[in-house]
Write a protein that binds this ligand. Structure first.
Ligand SMILES: Nc1ncnc2c1ncn2[C@@H]1O[C@H](COP(=O)(O)OP(=O)(O)OP(=O)(O)O)[C@@H](O)[C@H]1O
Ligand SMILES: [Mg+2]
Length: 243
């Protein structure tokens, strides 16, 4: 199986977090998703395409007693090994989470989302951010030629204060694009504090991050429902071939 697995890979589920706008919460979503899957005994890998290496640095802080997350620092270019060897995903991995850098040009975006089973775009509810995200989404649809249903394009509204005009503008925009909002995450220092310790909010003491973990429920549900449907489709194909 090649890296990226995509809809063909039976065991691996590839989730790409992307938004050309800097600071929208890509790394925060990526590391918390990895931490969630690790805590629930999945076998996650965290691929880091960003030379800023936020996800890789977080992983290096991860306490040894926490469930393992396999790190793939794909931004590194080691001349002694081939690129495909460097981004190789072990067979045992069943959730591949890809963190991407800001300011990627559309062709690199196309590369990053190839074979994705889900593409998550975190957006901050400011005018500037909504405008920038519109562009990312347009590039994904037109240049990267992703299919919003097939590739599971979805939005995460991040650091949201619901009663703001920008938030309402964001909602209207997404409605017109027919792209689902699969989670709404509040602005809270818990993300910062967990990240400092190499863990995610799902691994904090329950009483400290109760609301945060609840907010993630809808995202996880959406991801895993897609996954279950894809697996069912695939098993159907296999049994047809066998019969
Ligand atoms: N929901 C949130 N509540 C509080 N702080 C947040 C939240 N989401 C992100 N942050 C903080 O905002 C900053 C930017 O987030 P993050 O690094 O995840 O964005 P990014 O899109 O990965 O940025 P870049 O484009 O530079 O890679 C970080 O300091 C992060 O801890
Ligand atoms: Mg980042």
């Amino acid at each position: 199986m090649t890296h990226g697995g995509g809809p063909q890979g039976l065991s691996m589920y590839k989730i790409v977090i992307i938004n050309a706008k800097g600071g929208s919460g890509k790394s925060t979503v990526a590391i918390n998703l990895a931490s969630y899957y690790a805590a629930r005994a999945f076998r996650p890998a965290l691929m880091d395409l960003d030379p800023q290496a936020s996800a890789t640095r977080w992983l290096s802080k991860r306490p040894e007693q926490r469930p393992a997350i396999y790190g793939i620092p794909a931004f590194r270019r080691d001349l002694n090994v081939t690129a495909s060897w460097q981004t190789r995903v072990p067979q045992a991995i069943n959730r591949l989470i890809v963190d991407t850098p800001a300011a990627m040009d559309p062709l690199r975006m196309a590369d990053a989302v190839r074979g994705a089973d889900a593409i998550l775009v975190p957006i901050l509810p400011s005018d500037i951010d909504v405008h920038a995200a519109t562009r990312t989404i347009r590039d994904l649809l037109t240049i990267a030629r992703i299919d919003r249903k097939q590739n599971g394009l979805a939005i995460i509204a991040n650091r949201v204060r619901i009663n703001t005009l920008s938030y309402q503008a964001l909602m209207r925009f997404l409605e017109t694009m027919d792209i689902p909002i699969v989670a709404t995450l509040r602005d809270t220092q818990n993300y910062v504090q967990a990240a400092d310790r190499g863990i995610g909010i799902h691994e904090m003491k329950t009483r400290l991050a109760k609301e945060e973990t609840q907010e993630w429920g809808s995202l996880i549900q959406w991801l895993e429902a897609r996954r279950a449907r894809a697996m069912q489709g695939q098993l159907g194909t296999i049994s047809n071939e066998a019969g």
